[in-house]
Design a protein around this ligand. Structure first.
Ligand code: SAM
Length: 295
């Protein structure tokens, strides 16, 4: 089967953009990070679908243009999408979010999916993304990483989500807000152990900061110095068997035993550490017996 080849050079060759959907990444703080191509597409788009028109208006003002905007966000997307789709046949519609790459913890996935299904022209103008910027800044392994985005706000759901990824041998990337940083770092420490981690803050802005340390030290640091602004947390990949100490294994088991049976705790910690489930079961039994005889 021969698939049609999409011509992505047309947008710099003529004044009128080809009708379709243009996914445009915008800066995550420093407005100078808007690419030349992104600025060019925004200038020539018939319509810009935005999360918040006040935020995008500032960006447009920065490049000296005014374009028609329509709000496309979590609360109206299902209603608006069917109206936008037919317009893609005769209008060039740019999709932006307040900051960074649309669709990455931001609206747009269903619009792109449906636009592709409808046969509309869809293209992307890549650029800033906080997750990738944070990964490059952190000094943590960048060969394999898993973007998780925002964890659930409720502690029990958050811990469950972390248990699912605890054994994955990849740097884990989380988006977070500063008021929740300590409680999220605490959950990460309880479920993943005292791994090397990084908190990257205010990337590309005046007070850009990156702290890399074991999770326990990051908790102490930010308890003493509560953070402000936007941040990304990164946690180094799951330990290999040889790198994990006995005390750490016991601590992980003790945490798991608070919420789970001996068998489930052993299974969870096996996933987290790569250690034998049987050996962990035996150790968990000992810990449980110890704690009931202490009580
Ligand atoms: N689509 C965006 C992207 O491509 O990065 C992410 C949008 S998400 C709603 C917002 C989150 O991104 C923030 O809570 C924070 O975790 C992260 N973020 C955005 N800008 C940032 C910055 N300048 N420094 C650190 N984190 C940032």
């Amino acid at each position: 089967m021969t698939l049609p080849v999409q011509d992505n050079t047309q947008d710099v060759q003529s004044d009128k953009l080809q009708p379709g959907l243009y996914i445009v990444a915008t800066p995550i703080g420093n407005l100078s990070d808007l690419s030349l191509r992104a600025a060019d597409i925004l200038k020539r788009a018939d319509l810009i679908a935005v999360e918040d028109s006040r935020v995008t208006a500032k960006l447009l003002q920065h490049i000296g243009i005014k374009r028609p905007m329509i709000a496309y966000h979590d609360h109206n997307a299902d209603y608006l999408r069917p109206q936008l789709l037919p317009r893609l046949n005769h209008e060039a519609i740019a999709l932006v979010s307040d900051a960074g790459t649309p669709l990455i913890s931001d609206p747009g996935f269903k619009l792109v999916r449906d636009a592709r299904q409808s046969g509309a022209y869809v293209t992307t103008i890549p650029g800033p993304c906080a997750a990738i910027a944070a990964l490059t800044l952190s000094g943590l392994p960048s060969d394999r990483f898993l973007f998780i985005g925002f964890l659930p706000p409720k502690e029990s759901a958050r811990k469950k989500a972390l248990e699912e990824v605890a054994g994955i041998a990849a740097t884990l990337i989380f988006y977070e807000t500063s008021p929740r940083l300590i409680s999220v770092l605490t959950s990460l420490h309880q479920i993943l152990g005292d791994r090397e981690a990084a908190v990257t803050r205010e990337i590309t802005k005046k007070f850009e900061e990156c702290q890399t340390a074991p999770l326990s030290e990051l908790i102490t640091h930010y308890q003493e110095k509560p953070p402000k602004g936007e941040l990304v947390i990164l946690v180094s990949p799951a330990n290999k068997k040889t790198e994990i100490g006995e005390d750490e294994v016991k601590a992980l088991l003790e945490t798991a035993l608070k919420d789970h049976s001996v068998g489930k705790s052993a299974a969870l910690v096996a996933k987290q550490t790569g250690l034998s489930r049987q050996a962990l079961y035996d150790l968990a039994m000992q810990l449980r017996q110890q704690s009931s005889s202490d009580a």
